[in-house]
Design a protein. Structure first.
Length: 266
C-alpha cells in the first residue's frame, strides 16, 4: 500500500496523485484493480448513494458502514474517510471519540475534515499526535453549503484567497498530510500547491494541484443526471444500465429469458 511518504515523494517528483471516491465493495475493488492511488469514502455518499440533497444528513454510522465495505474491496489501497457533519464541532473530546471510532472500526489510513478554524487546527494537531493522519479540505466545503449559500466557486477575491493560503499553511503546520481544494480558481490552487510541502488534491481546482479527486458516480455518469462543470465523464453508465434493465424486462415479458441455458434439469 502507498503511504503518506509516497504521496509526499510523488509531489516532489511532480508525479500526479489519483484519487476517487468509493462507497461500497464493488466500486472499491474496481478502483483498486484500475490502479487508483487513494480512495476517499466521501460524505458525498449522502447525495450520490443515499439520495439526500446535501451531505448534512450523513452520520458517523453511515460513514463506518460504507467505509468498512470499501476496505473489504480494496485492502491494499490508502483509504481516507470523511468525518461527517457536526461530528467534529461540538467539543474536542467528542471529535476525538468519533475520530477514534471511525479510524479503528474501518481500518482507514486517514480521516478528512473540512475547514481551518482554530478549533479544527487544534483537532488536526491532536489527531496527528494521537496517530490519526488528517487530510484537510478547503474552498467549497459542502458541509457548510447552507452557510455558503450554495455550491459555488470560492475564494475569488484577494482577501478570501489570501485567507485560504494562510489556512492551508496552518493546516500543514498542524500536521495535515494533504489538502483537498474544492472549487477554487486554478491560479489560487497553483499558489497553494507551490507554497505547501504537503500535496494538494484538487476537485474543480485546475491542473496545477498535486493530485485530482472526483466522485465515482460522476466520472461514470452512474445515477447522476447533472454533472458539475469540473467533472469529465469517462463513460455513460446511465444509458448502459437502463438499456440492460430494459432488455432484461422485455426478455422476461417475451419469455426469451430464461432459456434452457439458464435452466436446471433433473
Ligand atoms: O465527499 C466527497 O466526495 C468529497 C470530495 C468531493 C473531495 O469530500
Ligand atoms: Na466530503
Amino acid at each position: 500500500m502507498l503511504t503518506r511518504i509516497d504521496f509526499q515523494q510523488m509531489k516532489e517528483k511532480k508525479k500526479k496523485i489519483t484519487m476517487l471516491t468509493s462507497y461500497d465493495y464493488p466500486s472499491a475493488k474496481l478502483a483498486e484493480e484500475a490502479g487508483i492511488d487513494m480512495l476517499l469514502v466521501g460524505d458525498s455518499l449522502g447525495m450520490v448513494v443515499l439520495g439526500y440533497d446535501s451531505t448534512v444528513k450523513v452520520t458517523v454510522d453511515d460513514m463506518i458502514h460504507h467505509a468498512k465495505a470499501v476496505k473489504r474491496g480494496a485492502e491494499n489501497t490508502f483509504m481516507v474517510v470523511d468525518m461527517p457533519f457536526m461530528s467534529y464541532h461540538i467539543s474536542l473530546e467528542e471529535s476525538l471519540t468519533h475520530a477514534r471510532n471511525i479510524f479503528q472500526s474501518t481500518d482507514a489510513q486517514a480521516l478528512k475534515i473540512e475547514g481551518a478554524t482554530t478549533e479544527l487546527l487544534n483537532l488536526t494537531r491532536r489527531l496527528t499526535d494521537s496517530g490519526i493522519p488528517v487530510v484537510a479540505h478547503l474552498g467549497l466545503t459542502p458541509q457548510s453549503v447552507n452557510v455558503l449559500g450554495g455550491f459555488k466557486v470560492q475564494a475569488r477575491e484577494k482577501q478570501t484567497a489570501d485567507k485560504l493560503i494562510e489556512d492551508a499553511k496552518q493546516l500543514e503546520v498542524n500536521g495535515a498530510i494533504a489538502v483537498v481544494l474544492e472549487c477554487v480558481p486554478l491560479d489560487l490552487a497553483k499558489t497553494v500547491t507551490e507554497e505547501l510541502t504537503i500535496p494538494t488534491i484538487g476537485i474543480g481546482a485546475g491542473v496545477h494541484c498535486d493530485g485530482q479527486v472526483l466522485v465515482y458516480h460522476d466520472i461514470l455518469k452512474y445515477g447522476v443526471d447533472r454533472l458539475p462543470k469540473f467533472v469529465k465523464p469517462y463513460t455513460d453508465l446511465n444509458d448502459t444500465i437502463k438499456g440492460a434493465i430494459e432488455s432484461y424486462c422485455s426478455d422476461v415479458v417475451d419469455q426469451l429469458f430464461p432459456t434452457e441455458k439458464q435452466s436446471f434439469k433433473n
